[in-house]
Write a protein that binds this ligand. Structure first.
Ligand code: SF4
Length: 384
């Protein structure tokens, strides 16, 4: 049984289950996630995934979220995804009211595909739209068009999905705040229940990193990035969205991503698949970053963990601050004191007062929270 289920010092709540599907038709130029384009080993991969689930067994107790991400899960035929869900339900206890999310690429899905997922119990989709400008999509190396993104959202509603999230990217070279506002307006016109707005970053080892290093592309400067961030925050607030994390916006409390919230709250999660990470409240471990290596380990009857680290109390404390100050909930000072024995309000009174005066944090209902301006610099707030 994982330590998480006995005496973990992390936040409470049921654990989450993540499954990484490490295949893409082709790699997007900016992407640093682990995925491969050779899909010949699909069947062996699915068998390995089933073995990994069986090896972990029921020790994790009940999961109330399941997130199938990637890579591109929607490259799997719908019947394979249904079988995968069946396997997971056989190996684990998944709460009947669990949030079950599948990430889909707009280029892959049609109404029948989505109806099959919905019938299998998938109740949330995240659709990787990224932009509604075909020139931007081509620049990013995406393989779908804006029209396909619109059709995917329509098909998802038609299939009965009541919880649809759209992923968007901002900070494209040369992008103005007006262009980005148009993207946001286009997204909002589709009536999403959730929006994730990620700033384009340059990930080491990607084609974008090479182009960036050679001077071929340049990201917007810090001032423009700050403008784009604030444009996101203000535009979506005006449209009625809650910014519950730096990059994440929900139509209502009920459509916040339950699964992602576990990462920010230090709630345990189990990750299956190559390169997937897990956390049991104290220990974090991650699987081998190779599809062949993953399959080989499981064929030999071994769990495919590559490495693990036991987090010290100080590391957990720093992470709790870092993660908490990225969320609108902030850091609950009483809870923080209970977990880490540190009275932030007393020990950091001067610093908190200064940050409050600068309009970056506020103390409310026993929580230290970032303001909108504070969220824009949330990484530096973790230095408290
Ligand atoms: S961004 Fe998504 S679709 Fe593109 S390569 Fe990365 S995982 Fe695959």
């Amino acid at each position: 049984m994982p330590a998480a289920m006995t005496d973990h010092p992390g936040a409470g709540g049921l654990p989450g289950l993540y499954v990484h599907i490490p295949f893409c038709l082709r790699k997007c130029g900016y992407c640093g996630f682990f995925s491969v384009t050779d899909r010949e080993c699909f069947p062996e991969f699915l068998t390995a995934l089933g073995r990994e689930a069986a090896l972990h067994g029921p020790g994790w107790g009940r999961f109330d979220s399941l997130h199938i991400g990637g890579g591109t899960p929607s490259l799997l035929p719908a019947d394979d995804l249904v079988r995968l869900l069946d396997d997971l339900r056989t190996c684990f206890t998944i709460d009947p009211a669990a949030e079950i999310t599948v990430e889909v690429n707009p280029g892959d899905v049609d109404p029948q595909y989505l109806r099959t997922l919905r019938s299998a119990g998938v109740n949330r989709l995240t659709i990787g739209c990224q932009s509604f400008d075909d020139a931007v999509l081509a620049f990013l190396g995406r393989r779908h068009t804006a029209r396909q993104a619109l059709a995917a959202v329509e098909a998802a509603r038609g299939a009965g999905f009541a919880n649809i999230g759209l992923d968007l990217i901002f900070g494209i070279p040369g992008q103005s705040a007006d262009h980005w506002r148009q993207t946001l307006a286009g997204a909002c016109s589709l009536g999403p229940d959730h929006l994730s707005c990620y700033q384009l970053t340059i990930e080491a080892g990607t084609p974008f990193a090479r182009r960036h290093n050679s001077g071929e592309i340049a990201l917007p400067d810090d001032e423009t990035q700050a403008d784009l961030f604030l444009a996101t925050s203000r535009t979506l607030a005006d449209k009625g969205f809650l910014q519950y994390e730096v990059s994440n916006f929900a139509r209502s409390r009920g459509t916040e991503s339950r699964h992602n919230s576990k990462y920010w709250r230090h709630t345990p999660y189990l990750g299956l698949g190559p390169a997937a990470h897990s956390f049991d409240g104290r220990r974090r471990w991650w699987n081998v970053r190779s599809v062949e290596g993953y399959i080989a380990e499981l064929r030999a009857g071994r769990l495919p963990a590559a490495e693990s680290e036991l987090l010290t109390a100080d590391q957990l404390r720093t992470e709790a601050l870092f993660l908490g100050m990225r969320t609108s909930e902030g850091v609950n000072l009483g809870e923080f004191r209970r977990r880490f024995g540190q009275d932030l309000r007393g020990e950091k009174a001067d610093l908190i007062a200064r940050l409050a005066k600068e309009g970056l944090v506020e103390l409310r209902d026993g929580c230290l929270r970032p303001t909108r301006a504070g969220m824009a610099v949330s990484d530096s707030l973790a230095l408290l």
